[in-house]
Design a binder for this molecule. Sequence first.
Ligand SMILES: COc1ccc2c(ccc[n+]2C(=O)c2ccc(S(N)(=O)=O)cc2)c1
Ligand SMILES: [Zn+2]
Length: 262
Amino acid sequence: MQEAGEYTMKMHPMWQGPLVAPGGNRQSPIDIRVRKSVFDPHLKPLTPDYDPRTCSQIWNNGYSFLVEYDDTTDKSTLKGGPLEDNFRLCQFHFHWGESNAWGSEHTVDRRLFPAELHMVHWNSNKYSRFEEAVMEENGLAVIGVFLKIGKRHKGLQKLVDALPAVRHKDSVVEFTRFDPACLLPTNIDDYWTYAGSLTTPPLTEAVTWIIMKQHIEVSHDQLAVFRSLLFTSAEEEVQKSMVNNFRVQQPLRGRTVRSSFT
Ligand SMILES: COc1ccc2c(ccc[n+]2C(=O)c2ccc(S(N)(=O)=O)cc2)c1
Ligand SMILES: [Zn+2]
């Protein structure tokens, strides 16, 4: 019997995989318990420096849609914050629900958001390409930003307008001159950071997570376009809506979540 207010989330089989990667003790996402996070005064301001000219294409990879950046040079980089090295932006993507009641991967004191943005960077001081860095414990840095339903996001609209062109899995469309900085909240000095993993296979424990305290707002209609995408390729008989492409929260396993703010 379903309690009032309880949601039954129809999860895509891919997401019903291992709740915890075998042997994983730094898996993501997690629930961020605000009162348990530890203020670290040595955390520096984050310094993203992105060149919109490195934006190249949008790809539906069957998990999400990725906006991909040319990462053959240090033109779009992330430094500072908890990071000792220079990290190169390679892509950003989102996770979302079938309703506005859920969709984010991380939660804050169990609070769910309708969607979450991930900006994926790899350590270009230590590794020569993403595929190498993704297997190493200090290989990746991912910025997470929560999305809330509210006013229309002007910068996002160019991306929303391109999504129908990548409706099916494995479709790609050219997408240029998009500045990912427009998707960051106005305040990027307040964040939580912890050692974690990719939230989709191969779930490698390679990620320094940097989760923004401040969310961004997008309109209901903008998020509805995300839900018009499909997990399935054009050839497949049964088309499956790309929704609920999030992983459930994983055990903290004694990890400390640091905050850059008190
Ligand atoms: C070595 O084989 C791989 C490696 C990485 C793969 C991947 C398939 C999908 C996404 N990725 C990713 O790059 C990836 C997966 C998850 C995330 S997340 N959601 O930011 O943790 C970021 C990036 C396969
Ligand atoms: Zn992600």
